[in-house]
Design a binder for this molecule. Structure first.
Ligand code: ATP
Ligand code: MG
Length: 298
């Protein structure tokens, strides 16, 4: 099915990625604030364009507190417009470098795994788990976005992204052989959490400022052969949490934690079983407070 075209008032640009631009906008019918991602399809055949829109709208069926809700995807002026829920505290990428307390990092981990499990249950792979695709709002919710979009761009040959950009969060088996399954997404989750905890991309010289540019060949070598650093205790992370994240980054996919083992982990369950409103309040407090310093509010 093809999504309904929405009548939107376009507001400011909130981000630019490799695929296109993202703007804040207002639905004229409902006055609701949304985000719209606009990807040019100038060089695509008409039937291909329709296929893309149909594929994206299938993602409408996903409803979860941990997934950015898709409203509608449709063709407009030779571009595909993907309208989603707007997340007013931006993406995790904007918080890299800020000390994230362990409880906050655990809520992020739990939210990400819940979102992923919801997709996997529907036989959907995210394919692009990374800090910029984990969004935050002022009520303290953490939600995944851009699932499916990456696949669409790949199939139309428009994945013009840089080598570094596309490989940074890829599991070793995917880098080597394009072999891809649930454990590969667990790896990307682990990389995302480790980067938040370290305050820098894990495979990057610790003491270099400004950070050294990673070259493609070095990046692949690191992903495939290097042991990533461990979440540092001096930044307040417990060895239980550090070892879970370390296990997510096992080179062998079979050694990574199974989705359900996140819910069998005593430390994580201490947070998961506690009052949900309280966890939201802690998250909201952290992101609203640090947003001031990082200008993530835009
Ligand atoms: P890449 O193109 O490599 O995937 P990216 O994820 O940063 O990188 P986009 O997906 O185009 O690129 O997103 C750009 C930025 O727009 C994000 O980093 C995020 O800050 C912001 N953004 C995207 N979607 C939303 C949304 N629904 N609500 C609020 N901000 C959003
Ligand atoms: Mg994105």
């Amino acid at each position: 099915s093809s999504g309904n075209m929405l009548s939107l008032d376009m507001l400011e640009i909130i981000g630019t990625g490799n695929g296109g631009i993202v703007r804040r906008c207002r639905n004229r019918q409902t006055q609701e604030i949304l985000a719209v991602k606009i990807i040019s399809l100038d060089f695509q055949k008409n039937e291909k364009k329709q296929e893309i829109v149909t594929e994206l709208n299938a993602l409408n069926a996903l409803h979860s507190d941990y997934i950015v809700q898709l409203h509608s995807a449709y063709l407009y002026e030779n571009s595909v417009h993907i309208c989603t829920e707007y997340m007013d505290r931006g993406s995790l990428e904007q918080y890299i470098g800020i000390l994230v307390p362990e409880n906050v990092l655990i809520y992020i981990t739990l939210s990400m795994i819940q979102g992923l499990i919801c997709m996997w249950n529907q036989k959907i792979m995210h394919r692009d788990v990374k800090p910029s695709n984990v969004l935050v709002n002022s009520s303290g919710s953490i939600k995944l976005c851009d699932f499916g979009v990456s696949r669409v761009l790949e199939t139309i040959g428009q994945k013009v992204a840089t080598f570094i950009g596309t490989h940074k969060y890829m599991a070793p088996e995917r880098v080597i052989s394009d072999d891809y399954s649930i454990p590969s997404e667990i790896w990307s989750l682990g990389m995302t959490i480790l980067e938040m905890g370290l305050g820098r991309y894990p495979f990057q010289a610790e003491s270099s400022y400004p950070p050294l540019a990673v070259r493609p060949i070095e990046l692949v070598q690191c992903i495939v052969y290097e042991t990533p650093p461990i979440l540092p205790t001096i930044r307040g992370y417990s060895s239980e949490f550090a070892s879970l994240i370390q296990q997510c980054l096992s080179k062998n996919p079979a050694d990574r934690p199974l989705p359900r083992s996140f819910f069998e982990n005593p430390l994580l369950m201490k947070y998961n079983n506690s009052d949900m409103n309280q966890s939201r309040a802690i998250m909201a407090d952290f992101f609203n407070r640090t947003a001031v310093a990082t200008n993530a509010t835009r």
